[in-house]
Design a protein around this ligand. Structure first.
Ligand SMILES: NC(=O)c1ccc[n+]([C@@H]2O[C@H](COP(=O)([O-])OP(=O)(O)OC[C@H]3O[C@@H](n4cnc5c(N)ncnc54)[C@H](OP(=O)(O)O)[C@@H]3O)[C@@H](O)[C@H]2O)c1
Length: 256
C-alpha cells in the first residue's frame, strides 16, 4: 500500500482522489489552506493520516508546507492538485506581489517539488486550457500585460506540464506526469461543466499508485487514463529550463 500527499485536498478533485485512495487502502496525507479548512478536510476524510496546513499563494507558507511534509516519513507519491480558477476579472496580488494564479498554480508546485524529499511518483494537475498558454514565458508576473484571467490560468497550466516534463527529464528515478482532468463540476469547474465528474480524479490516482505498466511511465500527459498530446512547447528542453530558472528567480529556491 502507498502513502500519498495531495495538495488542495479539502475540496474538489483533490478530496475525491484522497477518498478513492483511502477506499483502496492507501495512506493519505491531506492539505488545506487554513486550520478551519483542515478541520473540514479531516471531517470529510477521518481516515486520513493527518492534514498539512498552508496557503499556497504565500511563498513563506508554501515553504512551511514543505517542512511539514518532510517531517512526516517518505511518500510514494505527491499529487500537485491545488489550483485557482480561470476567470478572475482582476489581477489579485499575493503577499509576494504576484498574481494568485501564478503563485498557486506555478510557483507552489515548483517550490514543493524542489523541497519535498523526492517521492517515487509525481503528478501535476494541468488542464486542456494549457493549450492556449503562452510558451514565450514573458511577463510571468503580469506586470506589463493587461490582465486576462483565462490567459493567466492557461499560462499556469502550461507551466504545470513544463514542470512535470522538466522533472521527468532531470530525475529519471521518479515518475513525473501531468493530467488533464476534463471540465468537471467542482467549485472551480462550476455547474455548467460538461465532462464526467467521476472520471476527473481517477487518472491521478492511477498514476499515483497504479501497478498497470501504462501508469508506470514518465514525462507523459494524460486525459482519462490515456496519453494525450500536450502543447508542443512543453517538450522543448530550453523552455522547460527557462521556466525552472524563472521560478528560481521568484523564489530563491533551486530545483536541483
Ligand atoms: N474542475 C475543472 O473543470 C478542472 C479542469 C481542468 C483542470 N483542473 C485542475 O484540477 C485541479 C483541482 O481543481 P478542482 O476542480 O478540484 O478545484 P476546486 O474544487 O476549486 O479545488 C481546488 C482545491 O485547491 C485548494 N486551493 C486553492 N487555492 C489554494 C491556496 N492558495 N492554498 C491552499 N489550497 C488552495 C482549494 O482549497 P479551498 O477549498 O479552501 O478553496 C481546493 O481544495 C486544479 O489544479 C485545476 O486547475 C480542474
Amino acid at each position: 500500500m502507498a502513502r500519498v500527499f495531495i495538495t488542495g485536498s479539502a475540496d474538489g478533485l483533490g478530496r475525491m482522489a484522497a477518498q478513492l485512495l483511502g477506499e483502496q487502502g492507501h495512506t493519505v496525507v491531506l492539505h488545506a489552506r487554513s486550520k478551519e479548512r483542515a478541520k473540514e478536510a479531516r471531517a470529510a476524510m477521518p481516515t486520513a493520516e493527518t492534514v498539512v496546513i498552508g496557503d499556497l499563494s504565500s511563498i513563506r507558507q508554501t515553504l512551511h508546507v514543505a517542512e511539514q511534509v518532510n517531517a512526516l516519513a517518505g511518500f510514494d507519491a505527491v499529487i500537485h492538485n491545488a489550483g485557482v480558477g480561470y476567470k478572475h476579472p482582476q489581477r489579485i496580488a499575493t503577499e509576494d506581489g504576484l498574481p494568485r494564479e501564478f503563485a498557486v498554480n506555478t510557483l507552489a508546485p515548483y517550490i514543493l517539488t524542489a523541497l519535498i524529499h523526492r517521492p517515487k511518483r509525481l503528478i501535476y494537475l494541468s488542464s486542456g486550457l494549457h493549450q492556449g498558454g503562452d510558451p514565450s514565458l514573458k511577463d510571468l508576473a503580469w506586470e506589463h500585460r493587461p490582465w486576462r484571467g483565462t490567459q493567466a490560468y492557461s499560462d499556469s497550466k502550461l507551466h504545470d506540464v513544463l514542470l512535470a516534463f522538466a522533472v521527468a527529464r532531470r530525475w529519471p528515478a521518479v515518475l513525473s506526469n501531468a493530467v488533464e482532468p476534463g471540465w468537471v463540476a467542482t467549485k472551480m469547474g462550476g455547474p455548467a461543466a460538461t465532462d464526467d465528474l467521476d472520471s476527473g480524479h481517477r487518472t491521478q490516482v492511477w498514476l499515483a499508485v497504479g501497478e498497470d505498466p501504462a501508469a508506470k511511465v514518465t514525462g507523459e500527459y494524460f486525459y482519462h487514463m490515456r496519453p494525450r498530446k500536450p502543447h508542443p512547447a512543453t517538450r522543448d528542453v530550453e523552455t522547460q529550463e527557462r521556466l525552472l530558472e524563472a521560478c528560481e528567480g521568484f523564489t530563491g529556491i533551486e530545483l536541483a
